[in-house]
Design a protein around this ligand. Structure first.
Ligand code: AMP
Ligand code: ZN
Ligand code: FE
Ligand code: FE
Length: 318
C-alpha cells in the first residue's frame, strides 16, 4: 500500500491595509486559513506595522507566519527593483529606522503627485486619498499611502474609468503625474533588511524589465555579491519559463528560491491568495528552506540575532 501525502501550500508575498492591501492583517490570515494555506508571509510596503496583528492571528489560526516587508531600491526606469525582507524582527529599532526613511520618501512624493494631478484637472485631495487608505483600519493604526490609493481616488472622482487606467495615464512610470520617490541604493536596502534581522530576497525579477536573460543574471550576480539571500521564483507576473529561468539562477548563485502571489485584495482583484493569476503554487518546503537558511545565517552570526522573534511564544499576545 502506498501513501501519498497531499502537498501543503504557502504564500510568501502579501499586502494588508498597513500598506496598499484591502484586508486587515487579521482578515488576511483568516483568508489564508480559508484558502487552505498552511503558511503566510506579510510583506507590506515599507512598514512592519501589520506584523504583530498578523502573527497573533496566525498563532490562533495555526498558520505558520513569516514577518516580512517589501522595499524598493534605486533602479533605472521603466523597471522597478523591489526587495523582500523575511524573518525581520517586527519590533527592532533597525526596522523602525528603515521604515521612517522610506515613509519620508513617500511623504515627499505623494503631495507632488496630487499637485500635478490638480494641474492636469483631476481634482482630488490628499485627505481623500488618506480616507481611502484608512478604510477598514482602526484609528490607532498607521497606514502607508501608495499610488494604488491615489489611483482609487482618481477612479472614485471619475477622472479615470479604472485603477488600471489611472496607472496608464497618470501614475505609472511613464504617466503624466509620475514622480519618483527617494530610494535606498541596492546595498543600503539589503543592509537595512539584514540589520532588521531578516533575509533579503529579490522580488518579482521580471519587473526589472531586463531585456536579455544575461542582463538579469548580471544584476542577480551583482546583488549576490552585496549580500542577497534569495530570489522570488513564483509570482503572479511570472510565466512558467520565467520561474524556470529564475530557479536556474537561484541554483547557480546559491540563492533561496521563494514565491508568493503579491495578493492585495480588492486593489488587485485578479490576484488570488495562494494562487496569483492561477500561476502561483508555493509548497511548504519553500518556507522550510527559507527558514532553515535564516536559522543557519543567524547561527553563524551573520544577521542580528532574532531576540524578538519567537513565533510560538506569547509575546505577540496583547
Ligand atoms: P508605490 O509604493 O506608491 O510606489 O506604489 C506601488 C504599488 O503600485 C505596488 O502595489 C504596485 O504593484 C502598484 N503598481 C505599480 N504600477 C502599477 C500599474 N501599472 N498598475 C497597477 N498597479 C501598479
Ligand atoms: Zn502594493
Ligand atoms: Fe513589488
Ligand atoms: Fe508586493
Amino acid at each position: 500500500m502506498t501513501h501519498t501525502t497531499a502537498t501543503q501550500w504557502v504564500d510568501l508575498h502579501t499586502h494588508s491595509t498597513a500598506s496598499d492591501g484591502s484586508l486587515t492583517p487579521a482578515r488576511l490570515i483568516a483568508s489564508a486559513k480559508n484558502a487552505g494555506l498552511v503558511g503566510l508571509a506579510l510583506t507590506d510596503h515599507d512598514t512592519g506595522n501589520g506584523l504583530l496583528e498578523a502573527a497573533d492571528a496566525a498563532r490562533q489560526a495555526g498558520i505558520r507566519f513569516v514577518p516580512g516587508i517589501e522595499i524598493s531600491a534605486e533602479f533605472p526606469h521603466p523597471g522597478t527593483m523591489h526587495l523582500l525582507g523575511y524573518f525581520i524582527d517586527p519590533v527592532s529599532p533597525a526596522l523602525k529606522r528603515m521604515s521612517q526613511i522610506l515613509l519620508e520618501g513617500r511623504d515627499a512624493r505623494n503631495p507632488r503627485i496630487i499637485a500635478r494631478l490638480n494641474e492636469l484637472g483631476c481634482f482630488i485631495t490628499m485627505d481623500q486619498v488618506q480616507a481611502i487608505a484608512r478604510r477598514g483600519v482602526s484609528a490607532d493604526r498607521a497606514v502607508v499611502i501608495g499610488r494604488p490609493h491615489i489611483a482609487q481616488a482618481l477612479a472614485e472622482a471619475g477622472c479615470v474609468a479604472s485603477v488600471k487606467q489611472a496607472f496608464e495615464v497618470y501614475l505609472g512610470t511613464t504617466g503624466q503625474a509620475y514622480f519618483d520617490k527617494e530610494r535606498l541604493t541596492r546595498k543600503q536596502a539589503i543592509d537595512c533588511i539584514h540589520d532588521a534581522g531578516g533575509l533579503a530576497v529579490l522580488a518579482h525579477p521580471v519587473q526589472l524589465r531586463t531585456g536579455h536573460p544575461a542582463e538579469l543574471e548580471n544584476i542577480v550576480s551583482n546583488l549576490k555579491e552585496i549580500g542577497l539571500d534569495g530570489i522570488e521564483a513564483w509570482h503572479s507576473d511570472h510565466r512558467p519559463q520565467d520561474s524556470e529561468f529564475i530557479l536556474s539562477l537561484a541554483r547557480r548563485y546559491q540563492l533561496v528560491p521563494t514565491g508568493g502571489s503579491d495578493f492585495h485584495g480588492t486593489s488587485k482583484p485578479d490576484i488570488n491568495l495562494g494562487l496569483g493569476r492561477q500561476n502561483v503554487r508555493v509548497p511548504l518546503a519553500v518556507l522550510d528552506e527559507l527558514e532553515a537558511a535564516w536559522r543557519r545565517k543567524t547561527a553563524a552570526g551573520q544577521v542580528v540575532p532574532p531576540v524578538q522573534i519567537q513565533m510560538e511564544s506569547d509575546r505577540y499576545g496583547r
